[in-house]
Design a protein around this ligand. Structure first.
Ligand code: MG
Length: 411
């Protein structure tokens, strides 16, 4: 299904995968706002939520479903005592994928965190459904297969990640028809993503090594889930986003860069061959990129916080120090390497973040252990989604073994 077919309809049927997470909840708020505008005659598209998927929070999922009148639901793990009779529930690890297969829709919002989001988003793309993509791990782990599938099916990927939504909007200033998956035009020298620098932006490496869980979860600008907040503190989030940008916009590592920008106002920049730099700015509020992905190609009155530029005294940009934040160079190697390196990198990071959240390794071991796994990784091509999952499992086992060694040493 192409962009024109989806947007010419007066009703857009939406499936929200990951509806109880941070992006999912904000997506529901944006849809409520857009439907209020439609009911006042200020917008011509009505959004009908036809299905919701969550990981394990059945109470919140059921509350959302009752409020929105949604019957078709999916949940990865379910509490046995819960009365499911009012709903049509799919239960299990493949529940979100079955929801995509069984419930007709015009747009899937892919907001499940981590590799758990791959299966359902990949299926939506194979079926030719447009995806508003917040799950960066899908592209990091399986970008090659996902992009090939999108090119075959005609499915479009509307970036919800704020930096990629920024790049996309910068590219739209060159042509309205630009939409991922795409190859950035030759008139673009380089795409630069901004990173807030997280809570440890000014810390020494020694301080970073032993940062506490509370410090790492205390992001200065953005309110997000635990995984992405920890990823922001290691700058692994930016590393994953560089790989994501590589796939969305068809850019090699030498046309990608990242800078620290503590204010999180400029989300992305594109450096043009004619020496112009085009930027996208906005308050750090995920509702803005969510709305853009939902309403593209139209721009409608937004519900996100507005940016008042007169309140900004300065905007700062700094180079990223590779000694304190090795994640960025690791990402560039992964892009150059291709094959299953992305799947290994993503899985190693997810597993290391889990180990840190469970108090098994110190903060500084997250990026160090990922670096060690990638250093020894024997990259193989990926031909099927099973190859992606095989690399994912292998990298997780490597991290688990490393965590055991670290735990023994610290005793
Ligand atoms: Mg982002």
């Amino acid at each position: 299904m192409g962009i024109i077919a989806a947007s010419s309809s007066s009703t857009k049927r939406v499936l929200i995968l990951g509806s109880t997470g941070s992006i999912g909840v904000q997506t529901l708020e944006v849809i409520e706002h857009l439907n209020t505008l439609e009911s006042k005659g200020e917008s011509s598209v009505r959004y009908e939520i036809v299905g919701l998927a969550a990981g394990s929070n059945h109470e919140q999922l059921a509350a959302q479903a009752i409020k929105l009148g949604v019957r078709d639901l999916a949940i990865a793990s379910m509490c046995e005592e819960f009365d499911q009779s009012s709903f049509n529930f799919r239960i299990g690890k493949d529940a979100a994928r079955r929801l995509v297969e069984e419930v007709p829709c015009d747009l899937v919002v892919g907001a499940i965190v981590g590799i758990a989001g791959l299966d359902s988003v990949y299926r939506a793309i194979q079926l030719g459904i447009n995806v508003a993509l917040a799950n960066k791990e899908t592209l990091v782990a399986a970008g090659e297969l996902v992009i090939q599938a999108a090119q075959r099916s005609g499915s479009k990927l509307f970036p919800v990640d704020s930096e990629h939504a920024g790049v996309w909007q910068c590219l739209q200033s060159l042509s309205n028809s630009y939409c991922p998956p795409m190859s950035a035009p030759k008139s673009i020298d380089r795409v630069i993503l901004t990173a807030s620098g997280g809570p440890f932006r000014t810390h020494t490496r020694d301080q970073i090594e032993n940062a506490s869980l509370n410090d790492a979860l205390n992001h200065p600008n953005w309110t997000m889930g635990a995984k992405v907040t920890i990823d922001s503190a290691t700058l692994m989030n930016k590393a994953l986003e560089l790989i994501e940008a590589h796939w969305l916009f068809g850019l090699d590592a030498n046309r990608l860069g990242a800078v620290i920008h503590p204010q999180s106002i400029v989300h992305a920049m594109i450096e043009c061959t004619d020496s112009s730099v085009i930027t996208q700015m906005g308050a750090p509020d995920m509702k803005a990129p969510i709305q853009h992905a939902l309403s593209f190609p139209k721009r409608i009155q937004g519900c996100a916080s507005k940016l008042d530029v007169t309140k900004l005294s300065h905007l700062d940009f700094f180079e990223i120090d590779p000694d304190r934040f090795p994640a960025i160079n690791l990402a560039m190697s992964v892009i150059k390497e291709g094959g299953d390196a992305g799947a290994a990198f993503n899985a190693a990071n997810e597993q290391a973040v889990n180990a840190f959240l469970n108090n098994k390794i110190p903060f500084g071991m997250i990026d160090q252990s990922v670096a060690r796994i990638m250093n020894d990784w024997d990259t193989q091509p990926i031909n099927t989604i099973e190859d992606v999952y095989a690399a994912d499992s292998k990298a997780r086992e490597c991290i688990d073994r490393l965590c055991e060694v670290i735990a023994e040493k610290s005793q």
